[in-house]
Design a binder for this molecule. Sequence first.
Ligand SMILES: [Zn+2]
Length: 89
Amino acid sequence: MTGRTDGLAVGDIAPGRQAPAVLGALFVDLEGLRARYECLRPGCPHHLEGPAYSTDRDEQGEPIGVAGLKTFIDGIKSQHLTQYHRSTR
Ligand SMILES: [Zn+2]
């Protein structure tokens, strides 16, 4: 398989070929200060989380900033898996 980027190879799964172990992809744009998580599990009811931006507001109406973005990045995968797949793996 050529042109494959480890951990991010998606969309080139040939029929009959076993899906890669990676069933989700986290996209982080540090220049645009945004991030999103795309779930690739079959039957997922909620394929896309985010995008979250550093300018998003928290409950106090303050921009979440880079720290808030990092919190999203760190937590979104386990949160998504817990919420939609009842698993943290
Ligand atoms: Zn999912």
